[in-house]
Design a protein around this ligand. Structure first.
Ligand SMILES: [Fe+2]
Ligand SMILES: [Fe+2]
Length: 221
């Protein structure tokens, strides 16, 4: 029997978020500004409370589509699974907040989701297609922000939150893909122009001054 000498514990391997991001950086119109990352690291309490809120809203948006589009079989399956996963994430964030003594309080909403919703067309099936494209952007941006935070959290010694955010990357990346696949499936035309419209607005919201810090806010002002 060969024995491998081991005098020191192996260094804890830092996960590499880029392995999970796939084509998300190309899908998004820009990357998260460093100023937002710095603000987030200094405001983890608000970040976590708003993150919990985002998970709950993601589940609620998926369920709302399940009520409205009962004849879309594929959507019902995918949104049912997605809603359950978001609620698990919500519970996980709450537990992490408990461990840190952070109280879940009500936070006012930032500008991000409301501004993106303004772009949704009113008639069907365009409305459904736009809701799905919007969902893809929110999931993609969440992934990109988690990926930006993970190495910084490790550098700061907050391995617990770094590992948690890395663990969320995989499912949020799948949600992004699911939303985009459904948008293509239910659209009667090429979705590229709508993806471009949402990309431009979303990137603008990320890249312009924003006085309310939230998970999806712009440049802190
Ligand atoms: Fe989630
Ligand atoms: Fe998600």
């Amino acid at each position: 029997m060969t024995q491998v000498a081991s005098h020191t514990a192996p260094p804890s391997k830092q996960p590499d978020p880029n392995l999970v991001l796939g084509d998300i950086p190309e899908f998004l119109g820009n990357s998260t500004p460093q100023a937002w990352v710095d603000k987030a690291l200094d405001n983890l309490t608000i970040l976590l409370i708003d993150h919990a809120q985002c998970e709950k809203k993601a589940a609620s948006a998926a369920m709302s589509m399940m009520y409205k589009y009962v004849d879309r079989r594929e959507l019902l399956s995918k949104m049912s699974k997605l809603a359950r996963e978001e609620l698990v994430h919500f519970d996980q964030v709450l537990k992490l907040m408990d461990d840190r003594g952070i109280q879940y309080t009500h936070l006012t909403a930032g500008r991000y989701a409301g501004a993106l919703h303004e772009l949704i067309r009113k008639s069907e099936p365009e409305k459904l297609v736009d809701r799905l494209i919007l969902g893809a952007f929110v999931e993609a941006r969440s992934c990109e922000r988690f990926a930006a935070l993970v190495p910084e959290l490790f550098n700061r010694g907050d391995e617990e939150l770094g590992r948690f955010y890395f663990s969320l990357l995989k499912s949020e990346a799948r949600h992004y893909k699911d939303y985009l696949t459904l948008a293509r499936q239910y659209s009667e035309t090429d979705i590229a122009p709508r993806v471009t419209a949402f990309r431009d607005l979303e990137a603008h919201l990320i890249d312009t001054p924003d006085d309310t810090f939230r998970f999806h806010s712009g440049i802190p002002s």
